[in-house]
Design a binder for this molecule. Structure first.
Ligand code: NAD
Length: 476
């Protein structure tokens, strides 16, 4: 059993002020795999104070000095790939190959993307010859992260914040804290100065709220549910700190009749990837009527061919969902889907056949889902696809936009002009077409209730900056 009760504050591992244990559950076995401690106001205050004290010195370093330390961190992250993958396998149930490639790889990919973007980053630029604009670090940043892509989110926040000269307090998800604790070890070994990076474990109502309301925190960068994003925004309002939000999604995947023959299979697989626990998952498949019946058959076959299996086994199968609470929530939504009259074409209630332990869910496809149904509207965060037919391009756009979310939409069509036209018309921060993923450094973020932040690349670096205008100091 792993025991990790300490926090990383001011360059050292310290005991919590008032220890409060929490079990970390391995979702594949339902067994306790680790014990952590949840922090209290005193721990939050100590971490924020350390970050505040470290800020002037860190911000005053040359960018190249900070980047050199981040390169060291990146090297250590690569060397400890297997340890990091194992931490994520245990804490959030990613099968070992997904943990090693997709989950660990997302962190490495973003590190590389930031290092590339930083090479083009100019903190000070001339404006109309007389003025100059300067990007300066915003200060002490609270970074609050979820459990579903742990290192993806931690790197998207820690790397740019530190690069521009901010100091940080990371509060990882209490459900999946092991990877972040390991990340703190890496930060330490990279020689990043004391107080620049701090980690306090805790839950949302505790450390999460304390950081959001803290007068010495200048910015909260949050990824997680829309519910928590609203709570954080309210808690942060009294101190008018900047709040950057990456929240939920209910992405539409518009499949036109002229889409390539693998479009439906690709869409289903994308929806099921990471056991459906991705904010940008294409969970509503809208299919042009001419192709709809065939698409439902293809989706059924793809879902039925999706293997569900232990996280310890190598392979392309999907693992369990993260927790009992998520398992129950997903079961509840599948039940509602059936009750509200959607056609269940694959999967359904209960665990997959032959499985009686672990939070495993059956890859599920509903057809004939109408926009008034709960499963069309609510983020399920499990391997559950909702399919609906459409009759015209206008209807597809209107159905895609019929949601409070606006994170990623997907378009499948052989017609280049149509893809671009529809991509421009849908209201989301990202649009991926014909299965082509975004380039590294392309901005990640949402419209509407999917949030207001942009992460990755240059946009993600500027997120952690204030903009200062200086006049009367001519550009040499
Ligand atoms: P969550 O909102 O419950 O928790 C996320 C983090 O916020 C955790 O660290 C948690 O402790 C903290 N938190 C919870 N309530 C808080 C509060 N009142 N104040 C401060 N902090 C609080 O979400 P989750 O269950 O961990 O993650 C799943 C959600 O995250 C999904 O809705 C998903 O769509 C979203 N998500 C979004 C993105 C994105 O970039 N848009 C990426 C991944 C996940």
């Amino acid at each position: 059993m792993i025991e990790k009760r300490q926090f990383y504050i001011n360059g050292a591992w310290v005991d919590p002020a008032a220890p409060r244990d929490m079990d970390v559950i391995d979702p594949a076995t339902e067994d306790t795999c680790a014990v952590i401690s949840l922090g209290d106001q005193a721990d939050t205050d100590a971490a924020v104070a350390a970050a505040k004290t470290a800020f002037p010195g860190w911000a005053a370093l040359e960018m190249s000095e900070r980047i050199a330390l981040l390169k060291k961190l990146s090297k250590i992250y690569k060397e400890r790939r297997d340890d990091m993958a194992e931490a994520m396998r245990l804490e959030m149930g990613a099968p070992v190959d997904l943990a090693t490639n997709g989950q660990w790889g997302a962190g490495a990919w973003h590190m590389a993307g930031f290092l590339e973007a930083l090479a083009d980053f100019e903190a000070e630029t001339p404006y109309k010859e007389v003025d100059r604009t300067r990007l300066e670090p915003i200060g002490v940043c609270a970074l609050i992260t979820p459990w579903n892509w742990p290192m993806n989110q931690v790197v998207l926040k820690v790397f740019p914040a530190l690069a521009v000269g901010c100091t940080v307090v990371l509060k990882p998800s209490e459900i999946a804290p092991l990877s972040s604790l390991l990340f703190a070890e890496m930060v330490h070994d990279a020689g990043i100065p004391a107080g620049v990076f701090n980690l306090v474990n805790g839950d949302g109502v505790g450390v999460g709220s304390q950081l959001s309301a803290h007068p010495d925190v200048d910015m909260v960068s949050f990824t997680g549910s829309t519910r928590a994003g609203i709570a954080i925004s309210k808690a942060a309002a009294d101190t008018l700190k900047r709040v950057s939000l990456e929240l939920g999604g209910k992405g539409a995947n518009i499949v036109f009749a002229d889409a390539d023959e693998k479009a439906v299979k690709r869409g289903v697989q994308h929806c099921m990837n990471n056991t459906g626990q991705s904010c940008n998952a294409p969970t509503r498949m809208l299919v042009e009527r001419d192709r709809y019946a065939q698409a439902v058959e293809e989706a059924k076959a793809t879902a039925e061919a999706t293997q569900v299996g232990p996280t310890s086994e190598s392979g392309r199968h999907i693992g369990p969902v993260v927790s009992e609470a998520q398992f129950n929530k997903i079961q509840g939504l599948i039940e509602v889907g059936i009750k509200e009259g959607a056609t269940l074409v694959a999967g359904g209630l209960g665990r997959p056949e032959g499985v009686n332990k672990g939070y495993y869910v059956r890859p599920t496809v509903f057809a004939d889902v109408t926009p008034d149904m709960t499963i069309y509207r609510e983020e399920i965060f499990g391997p559950v696809l909702a399919m609906s037919p459409f009759d015209s391009e206008e209807e597809a756009i209107s159905m895609a936009n019929d949601t409070v979310y606006g994170l990623t939409n997907y378009i499948q069509s052989g017609d280049d002009a149509k893809r671009l036209r529809v991509a421009r018309a849908v209201r989301s921060g990202m649009v991926e077409t014909n299965g082509v993923g975004r380039q590294n450094g392309s901005p990640f973020g949402g419209y509407k209730q999917s949030g207001n932040g942009r992460e990755g690349g240059l946009w993600g670096i500027e997120e952690f900056c204030e903009v200062k205008a200086i006049s009367g100091c001519p550009w040499e």
